[in-house]
Design a protein around this ligand. Structure first.
Ligand SMILES: [Zn+2]
Length: 299
């Protein structure tokens, strides 16, 4: 199972620190030619539409605009990137309460998927650049319907979204039914944070997922350690969050701590938050690898 680190323009440059980084970057206005900013290219790249951002905009974007933006990212891509997925623009179910609104969002997502596939096909892109459809649904029946239609359009790679505001108990049955219908090796899960979900997704042999948790935790003055996975709050920060605090760095062989382990415990300025993100990423990745090994899965 592949872990894509969600990246935005002011985040730490994860791929510059590690080999084989998989990154998810959104085609939102603030992200301009992101690959130019890195010394090393990610190994795998997913460019999503930024649908969650655009859904809140009064002037909604178009499939064509988003696709153009996605292609602009690829102008700086080198052959070091093994695989690239371009994710269709979709209409997230966030905030859609009534059945009618939910079905309308699914229909809209399907229409956008159709438009996106047309643009993708016309563009004759190299084979390692693949289109990814977004499955929208709120129960098994709606997910099944959405997948059926997306398959008819020719999609082979799928991502499942709108899980952000659901808890693990609600998310997992939906992920499971999607995995059964498209094949778990063709399924990406968007925006995952919890360890419970990560463990369950490993069992289901899900292809990949993405998370921004290392960045978010760093911004909230938290540091991760692995073996076993733990989170600490910087003792020197004034956040009122409960939980164990850390005063001295623990043993760590991440690129940041090898240089100076005290750096990750300095709350601000931002430079230290970015170093903390790199350290957190390293430990989340270690933890995922341990889960995979435990379950006899592939790294
Ligand atoms: Zn470290």
């Amino acid at each position: 199972m592949e872990f894509f680190i969600g990246w935005s323009h002011s985040d730490a440059k994860y791929c510059d620190y590690f080999e084989n980084t998989s990154m998810l970057i959104s085609a939102v206005p603030d992200n301009v030619r992101p690959l130019q900013k890195f010394d090393k290219q990610p190994k795998k790249l997913m460019i999503d539409s930024g649908a969650v951002y655009y859904v809140n905009q009064i002037k909604k974007t178009t499939v064509e605009k988003v696709f153009k933006k996605q292609l602009s990212f690829l102008e700086d891509a080198t052959s070091d990137i093994e695989s690239i997925s371009l994710v269709q623009l979709d209409e997230p179910l966030i905030g859609k309460i009534t059945l009618q609104d939910r079905y309308a969002a699914i229909e809209r997502t399907l229409f956008l998927a159709w438009e996106f596939m047309n643009l993708y096909t016309k563009s004759n892109l190299p084979l390692h650049i693949k289109p990814m459809a977004v499955i929208q649904g709120f129960d098994k029946a709606s997910i099944q319907y959405c997948i059926h239609e997306l398959k008819l359009m020719g999609y082979k790679q799928f991502g499942i979204g709108s899980l952000l505001f659901k808890n693990a108990k609600e998310q997992l049955p939906l992920i499971k039914s999607a995995a059964q219908l498209v094949g778990s090796s063709n399924l990406h899960v968007f925006g995952v944070t919890g360890m419970t979900q990560i463990k369950e997704m490993t069992k289901l042999k899900i292809s990949s997922f993405d998370s921004t948790r290392p960045t978010k935790a760093a911004a909230y003055y938290s540091v991760f350690y692995s073996k076993p996975f733990r989170t600490y709050i910087l003792a020197s920060s004034r956040v009122s969050k409960s939980g164990p605090r850390i005063t001295e760095p623990l043993f760590c062989t991440c690129p940041v701590c090898l240089n100076n382990p005290n750096d990750i415990l300095i709350p601000s300025p931002r430079k230290y938050m970015l170093l903390r993100s790199i350290h957190n990423y390293y430990h989340l990745k270690e933890t995922i690898n341990d889960v995979l090994l435990e379950q006899g899965g592939k790294k």
